[in-house]
Design a protein around this ligand. Structure first.
Ligand code: IPT
Length: 960
């Protein structure tokens, strides 16, 4: 039987009421470090604090998304309830104020998962639940100068676990800081800074509520010296705080025995006239959902990791964070204040698993849980109320609806009327100030933008909800390859003032770092620890890989949300520049340009950029840029214009690129290259034998399948991957219909089709010698016409070639340098790129289609001597133009394993090169979409079979 406190409905007992974090000069003693530890009354050992015991060899991590990993039997938990005993001793520093001097002391826990009891020197202090919430206990009278002992008993499961069903690893222990805080007599225990900004007058209004008597406030920069904190202090002119210009004023609150340092940001948040405004102006949230994650330390993050997140966000133009789904480590909010990020601070609350039983018994609507829920929101708001970065309070995530949520909203509104309230789970939005949805389709977002959405369930709430501003608290599920369709969401955000942006799900893959017996590092996901119930790699759905390398999805997002738009106009004679910042002018940016002939820079320069105000745009003539004489036929001249930081910013160095665009200056010329770089000066070919290569080329076969992406696998029984598999697209057979050679042209007609189906594609390959190599003209058409295929799309349409694996490098002219797909290619730019084949691969945590390069004019695959194969597009006599699949460019991917091997592997390190270089030369792909959680690819990005043509020339490349 568990101790009663583990499974009662209370939030705990014995702790002091929640209060603000403070940067105080009162003595503090960190109790982080090595503690004695034992699990389940086993032998004593040691464990670091902060940490999760499962990541230090005690028990194992487990991942479930929605499902509770224990029976839904609230408030009870199973008998198997891992319990960790922690203890350590400590001495007080010499200058520690003694209880005789009237000083108190508090023992502060910033995060303990999920329930704990604490005692000092043998005296119990109390117990608490609320894993990501602060709990502080009075210990003053119990302390002695030396030889103090603190003991903490932590339970993995508790009644609190029912309130903490977030989509993440179940990890236990003291995972945030433990600190002993001296509290002098008449301490400044709590304070509430209200620093409003009046955008009409530019004035600031400052009120600081404090608990202690005789407290004085100083804000030297504003001429306030030792004033009564409550004021109100009206300051004629202040510079407001915003994510774009996070201006803060240094201040001090001075009590008799304690001084607290404040950094005040003046800003006002409001919802009015259907818009969410900061400092009087509407904001566009370019956000991400951030779970705290480190591949080795789980949710025990150090400041460097938090800073790394903030810097990466700022460098990728992210301006808002939803702290999904719990208050973050307090230091993270300091960084958001300092560097400038808007925060939706979310309460540590999720009861999602109740959805699986029709929300029966949901704590959100059960009066027995009232106090626990109210305690959670109070701990959230009280701790974080003094951060200018916090714009909205969020009641929690996926907790259904109910009276307790309503009571939380009411409490919040009373305690802090200056911040609007967010909660997505109550669709009717009766007690919130912002209408929020997750994974809404483009169509629905458009309807909401027009205020033409479906009415509320309870019709009486409709006028309220319809008048609210809208945010997508989650969208564009960044799982695996994708998300597709970001650009189209951004167009809706740009078009509709009501749609004030969104938060991509999510910031980082929660992969757990492991090393295999060959010393290779890999990242574990659900199921890798033998969990009986788990949700696989659904925990790996971030814009960053676990090691914080940006994924192609983040690079795409950065391009799509760039706060400056550069658009060529007037047939390339001018450039339209638009300032999409909310408050910042463009004075901090500089424009430069580069002219490239076939990917090689031929000229560079700078352009004057006027300091445009937010929302303003201007057309800049491009005449200062020289137009070199036309190149050889088929060559391409591209202009790239970039807006870069003119000076260092706290989050990036001068020169950091904020926005860019490209335009072709000799447009109209054929995109096909005839100027082969294939050198013919060296008559003695080195490896590989060029004729052998051309023979391998001649075995090229039509290929339509791709290793399913996580998005292809999404959507359960309607998952595309399943539909394609049922149709047999992964097991196409080839039947040669006929083969004729006439006038030097070998024509092979083939029918490509899966077993047990009468669906098929007719492929006609026409091969002939041309320019020292081989030319292929391929035509594909659906047997019996496209109608036979109904709704069925093709994963991709192209060729598969098996080449020797001695080809290890690739150089190409086309979109790059990263991968791109038809609905995720905004970030790719035209250029000449080179990298090893290994670097073409994107290591999604579960192997899947990746690494595609689009709009390629030519590509060379070479061995370490520089010899190999060149593939180029070539003009097709009487080529049909205009058809989506009749393009004069191709896509390619190259990898040392097959698509089937990729689809079968569970982790990238399991993939073994099979001795060949598999080259995929494609006409088109089905879009990526975001169906792993959300809508699939938009109709215009689907690949329906139709008549398609591809003309390629294959040439040997000889070693230089
Ligand atoms: C949504 C959750 O809010 C989030 O925590 C995460 O699980 C996400 O999905 C998917 O990764 S809930 C979903 C049922 C829409």
């Amino acid at each position: 039987m568990p101790q009663p406190y583990v499974v009662d409905f209370t939030p705990g007992s014995g702790s002091i009421p929640p209060r603000s974090t403070a940067d105080s000069d009162a003595p503090a003693l960190s109790l982080n470090g090595t503690w004695e530890f034992r699990l389940d009354h086993g032998p004593w050992t040691t464990l670091p604090v902060p940490a999760h015991w499962q990541l230090h060899g005690h028990g194992a991590p487990a991942y479930t998304n929605v499902s509770y990993p224990f029976p839904i039997d609230p408030p009870h938990v199973p008998d198997e309830n891992p319990t960790g005993d922690y203890r350590r001793s400590f001495d007080l520093p010499a200058d520690w104020p003694t209880a005789r001097e009237g000083a108190r002391a508090l023992l502060r826990f910033d995060g303990v998962d999920s329930c704990f009891a604490v005692s000092v020197n043998g005296t119990p202090l109390g117990h608490a639940k609320g894993s990501r919430l602060v709990h502080e206990f009075e210990v003053g009278g119990l302390l002695r100068p030396t030889g103090n002992t603190v003991e903490v008993r932590v339970h993995q499961w508790s009644s609190g676990s029912y309130l903490e069903d977030q989509d993440m690893w179940w990890l236990s222990g003291i995972f945030r800081d433990v600190t002993l805080l001296a509290r002098p007599e008449a301490a400044l225990d709590d304070f509430f800074v209200h620093a409003g900004y009046d955008h009409a007058t530019g004035a600031g209004r400052l009120v600081v509520e404090t608990a202690g008597p005789g407290v004085r406030l100083s804000v030297p920069e504003l001429g306030l010296h030792d004033v009564d904190p409550v004021g109100p202090h009206l300051i004629d002119h202040v510079e407001p705080w915003s994510a774009e210009v996070p201006r803060r004023y240094e201040a001090e609150l001075r009590g008799e025995r304690e001084t607290v340092r404040l950094r005040i940001g003046f800003r006002s948040v409001a919802v009015g006239d259907g818009l969410l405004t900061v400092n009087g102006g509407p904001v566009t949230l370019r956000g991400v959902n951030r779970h705290e994650w480190h591949p080795e330390h789980g949710r025990a993050l150090d400041r460097e990791t938090m800073l790394a997140d903030v810097l990466l966000m700022k460098r990728h133009h992210v301006n808002a964070v939803r702290t999904s789904h719990y208050p973050p480590h307090p230091a993270f909010l300091d960084l958001c204040d300092e560097y400038g990020l808007y925060v939706v601070d979310e309460c540590d609350l999720e009861t999602h698993g109740f959805e699986q039983i029709g929300w029966r018994g949901n704590p959100s609507d059960d009066p027995r849980w009232h106090d626990a829920l109210l305690d959670r929101i109070a701990r959230t708001v009280e701790r974080d109320k003094n951060h200018p970065s916090v714009l909205l309070w969020s009641l929690g995530n996926e907790s259904g609806t109910g009276r307790n949520l309503e009571a939380m909203a009411h409490w919040c509104r009373t305690r802090d009327p200056e911040r609007p309230i967010h909660y997505e789970g109550d669709r009717d939005s009766g007690y919130v100030d912002v209408y929020s949805r997750m994974y809404a389709t483009h169509e629905e977002v458009d309807a909401i933008g027009r205020r033409a959405e479906e009415p509320t369930g309870d019709r009486s709430l409709d006028p309220h909800r319809r008048a609210l501003p809208f945010v997508l608290c989650e969208y564009a599920h960044a799982m695996g390859n994708g998300p597709g369709g970001l650009g189209e969401y951004q167009q809706l955000i740009d078009r509709h003032p009501r749609v004030q942006g969104g938060f991509v799900w999510e910031w980082i893959d929660h992969g757990i770092a492991r090393t295999d017996d060959r010393g290779r590092r890999w990242y574990a996901y659900g199921g890798d620890f033998g969990e009986e119930l788990h949700d696989g790699n659904f925990v790996a759905d971030g814009l960053l890989f676990p090691d914080r390398t940006p994924s192609p999805g983040l690079v795409e997002y950065a391009k799509v949300i760039a706060p400056v738009r550069l658009e060529p106009e007037g047939e390339g004679k001018a450039l339209r520049v638009r300032n999409d910042y909310d408050v910042r002018s463009l004075a901090h940016l500089a424009l430069d340009w580069t002219l490239e002939r076939d990917g090689t820079a031929v000229a560079r320069g700078a352009l004057d950029l006027p300091p445009l105000e937010p929302g303003a745009d201007v057309s800049l003539p491009l005449d200062p840029i020289p137009r070199p004489s036309p190149g050889s036929p088929g060559s391409e001249l591209w202009l790239t214009v970039s807006a870069r930081l003119a000076k260092d910013e706290p989050w990036a160095d001068a020169g950091h690129e904020v926005a860019w665009t490209q335009l072709r200056l000799d447009a109209g010329a054929s995109t096909a290259s005839t100027a082969s770089t294939a050198s013919t000066t060296d008559p003695a070919p080195r490896t590989p034998d060029p004729d052998g290569l051309l023979r391998a080329v001649a075995d090229a076969r039509l290929d339509v399948w791709r290793a399913p992406t996580d998005n292809d696998r999404g959507g359960q029984e309607h998952a595309l991957a399943r539909v394609w598999e049922l149709a047999g697209l992964h097991r196409m057979r080839h039947r040669t219909v006929d083969e004729v050679t006439a006038d030097g042209v070998r024509t092979v007609r083939s029918r490509v089709a899966p077993a047990a189906s009468d669906l098929g594609l007719l492929a006609t390959y026409r091969w002939h010698a041309e320019g020292g190599g081989l030319r292929l003209d391929l035509t594909v058409e659906p047997d019996g016409g496209p109608a036979r295929w109904g709704d069925l799309t093709l994963p991709r349409l192209g060729l598969h070639l098996a080449l020797p694996d001695t080809l290890v490098d690739v150089t190409w002219f086309g979109l790059g340098p990263g991968e791109s797909y038809r609905d995720s290619r905004a970030a790719a730019r035209v250029g000449r790129w080179a990298m090893p084949v290994a670097a073409l691969q994107t290591p999604y945590l579960r192997p899947q289609e990746n690494g595609n390069r689009s709009d390629v004019r030519w590509a060379e695959f070479t061995d370490r001597h520089g010899a190999g194969l060149r593939v180029e597009t070539c003009p097709r006599a009487g080529a049909a133009t205009g058809a989506a699949t009749g393009a004069a460019t191709f896509d390619f991917a190259a990898r040392p394993w097959t698509n089937a091997a990729m689809a079968a592997a569970r982790h990238p390190h399991e993939l073994e090169p099979d001795g060949l270089l598999h080259l995929f030369l494609d006409l088109a792909h089905d879009g990526l979409g975001t169906a792993s959680c959300g809508p699939g690819a938009l109709p215009e990005h689907r690949l329906h079979p139709g008549r398609a043509k591809l003309s390629l020339r294959f040439l040997p490349v000889r070693a230089r």
